[in-house]
Design a protein around this ligand. Sequence first.
Ligand SMILES: Cc1cc2nc3c(=O)[nH]c(=O)nc-3n(C[C@H](O)[C@H](O)[C@H](O)COP(=O)(O)OP(=O)(O)OC[C@H]3O[C@@H](n4cnc5c(N)ncnc54)[C@H](O)[C@@H]3O)c2cc1C
Length: 279
Amino acid sequence: MTSVPAATSATRKSRPQTNLTVLRREQLSPHMVRIIAGGPGFADYVNNSFVDRYVKIVFPQPGIDYPEPLDLWEVRESMPRDQWPHTRTYTVRWVDEAAGEVAIDFVIHGDEGLAGPWAASARPGDALTFTGPGGGYNPDPAADWYLFAGDESALPAIGASIESLPEDARGLAFLEVDGDADVQAISAPAGVELRWLLRGGVPAGASGLLVSAVRDAIWPEGRVQVFAHGERGYMKSLREVLYAQRGLQRSQVSLSGYWAMGRVEDDFQAEKKLPIGEI
Ligand SMILES: Cc1cc2nc3c(=O)[nH]c(=O)nc-3n(C[C@H](O)[C@H](O)[C@H](O)COP(=O)(O)OP(=O)(O)OC[C@H]3O[C@@H](n4cnc5c(N)ncnc54)[C@H](O)[C@@H]3O)c2cc1C
């Protein structure tokens, strides 16, 4: 499939552009890098109150002349679609309003792609431009317990969600990563158990560990709220587990693909409108 920039229904007003500068890079684990960005452009960042808030990072296409300074919304109005910059979707792991900083955690998944390789070698002073944030999830205080399930692409959103829970919250989190060294520190309430699932070299999205763990687990009693995100094939399988096997209502579940094996994000997003991309 050819690579076309992802479609969007967002607008300048609902998803303003923020132009930041990379301040530092932290190697969180062998497969995860944290980029902390800030600078004068932070004044334009309009936060929202969702714990899964995400932004669309802008990657100009090489060889195309864009008006300076680059404004994604203006480019989309004035230039042909095949010249639009590419975008990549990332969770804002945390925002420090006082320091004027945002942190974004990137999975390092090899040499392919734009965002992963960019983050792996980003240096202080590099530009980080994004639109957003969007978002849609907050833990429901009326739930009896919380179920989280994700691969490493969803770790930032799940980590932020767990850290936002009240001290007496109960829950189970299934977190699939490559190996022991990729396990991260998440400060969870005592009643929220973190179960790390280690693929041990099997490619992300190919082990099935996450799906079988959620399927086979003994679930606590009571009304659950689910937050499950990650590789698209995994999420399709979890859809069966959550709705068909466990009989949950749609209102209890936040479920979506964050990426798909063998697809660049432009194609992955475009396929959301096709049967193959439906969750
Ligand atoms: C709402 C939302 C929030 C997200 N938050 C985060 C986040 O905080 N951190 C994060 O790392 N990702 C996050 N993702 C996933 C991220 O957008 C995709 O992984 C994206 O494809 C990465 O872009 P890329 O340029 O590195 O690779 P692409 O150019 O899109 O893809 C290149 C190749 O790499 C493969 N690939 C892409 N992602 C992965 C992966 N995670 N593991 C293994 N192979 C991969 C693709 O299948 C493709 O073959 C989020 C996605 C959504 C929709």
